[in-house]
Design a protein around this ligand. Sequence first.
Ligand code: ARG
Length: 594
Amino acid sequence: MPSILSELDAVARAAFETLGYPAAIAAVRESDRGDAPYQCNGAMAAAGIAKKRGEKVNPRDIAAQAVEIMQANAAMGQLDIAGPGFINITPADALLTTRANALLSDPTSGLRVESPQTIVVDYGGANVAKPMHVGHLRSAVLGEAIKRILRAQGHKVIGDVHMGDWGLQMGHLISELAEEQPNLPYFDETYTGEYPSESPVTMDDLARLYPAASNKAKSDTDRMEASRVATAQLQSGRRGYRALLDHFINVSVAALKVGYGNLGVEFDLWKGEACVDPLIPDMIEGLKTSGITELDDGALIINVDDKWDPKTRKGTPPVMLLASSGAVLYHTTDLATLVDRKAEIDPDMIVYVVDQRQALHFEQVFRAAVKADWYERDQLFHAGFGTMNGKDGKPFKTREGGVLRLEDLMEIMSDAARDRLDASGIGADFDAEERAEIGRKVGLAALKFADLQNQRMTNYIFDPERFTAFEGKTGPYLLYAVVRIKSILRKAKDMGVSAGVIAVAADTETQLVIALDSYARAIEYSAEKYTPHVLCEHIYRVAQSFSRFYADCPILADDVADEVKASRLALATATLAQLEHGLNLLGIEAPERM
Ligand code: ARG
């Protein structure tokens, strides 16, 4: 069934239309004042319209006329006119009750969109060989939430990790391995046999080889040249290097699957830059033929801004398809990926969940893809995000100054969560295993919620202490709310009380139902702007509304009548279902108890 708000909205719009005003001015919204839960401000706009028509009418009179029409509808409980002509609306108890019971039987009621789209979410973006670090955290956490939110609306959503596996880092690995183990068949250009199926390196080797090479290359130009040559030979198809690349990718993907898995992040596609390489020659030929490429100092470019001025560097610089050396660049692989996605998926929409510092890159790529006539501009969206900073306000680093690895970050969070649990005595009587599991879940919830609750463009400070607090707008607070309802339900079961039909009576119940009612709107808004923080706000509001309801309306107390128990228990059940559904969309999992 539609939401309470949309029912009221339809009635108000119809009333204003009957009075000869455009329906749009009568939009109903949740009230920010305490007088009534909803309000309609159409009368003021209507008076303005009337004035333009040369009529002189008082907005309060228009409001009175509208109220008279609206009153006839059973959805309306109480209607009051306030101030210059605001209409305060309290929905009828019957409407609240019907809606509450609809949410009880289907917590996803009203979430689905009418025309689902095919949407690719490009997120994660980890680099092969380099261990995942905190910079990839936000992309994974935000991207996963965006993917799940869009999926909940019924869209067909494909999450693609789009690994970085085609740059200089591959040349570094190859040349470093060549120094370490020159006798491997991959380095023998006369070798024509099959290469071993077993990888010559482990993830630990990769994590060691890459920094070794990159450090040497910083001070040694010959060493750098060796990596460049290896990259170029790999990209122009040297057989042994290709075979090595496959090993590197397989080893990395296996490790990444573990890392992302621990974070609760899953991808549908494990594609990367390397896998679209075979498409590049044809793509370049096609772009040349279409006449949009130019040669610039030996490099092949696409101009994407008529006003671009290379001297002042004002405007959007051109896309670089091929460097003068013939090397393929970041623009090129992203464009080839667009070609690949068009052919394989033909998406209505592609959303890139990538650090805001790459905004220019995406602007350039999008413009080129539009200029090439592959996509419309509004099919491509860069959902950028700010950085997670240390207390010094700079992107977060370890105490030693290095980038923090994701594993270590998760450990910091679990530790902080466990300290909190110990300090508060929560879960004190559980065994060590369960306590560790609770610590992990609380730590992860703390980290994810802290990340997601900010508008994605804002930077935020990594503060495990604050993130793990059980009070305030935090992940642990929400988990606690969920666990508390679960324990009420368990207790009810033990007492033989079961949920019945919800009959909304108390004010705190009305407020809780009104909060639950706005779920679909929060999802809609989050989906439209790719901003999960709106959903976070919503979940927090529901948890708080539940808390107020429960303080006001005991569920299992002896003096509560059976019918009332059953109704309140049902309302708690509906609340739990929505909290769990919403938290799941944020990628947050609650323990059974704590
Ligand atoms: N691998 C890149 C990095 O670590 C991020 C990839 C983002 N996605 C994309 N389609 N370019 O910076």
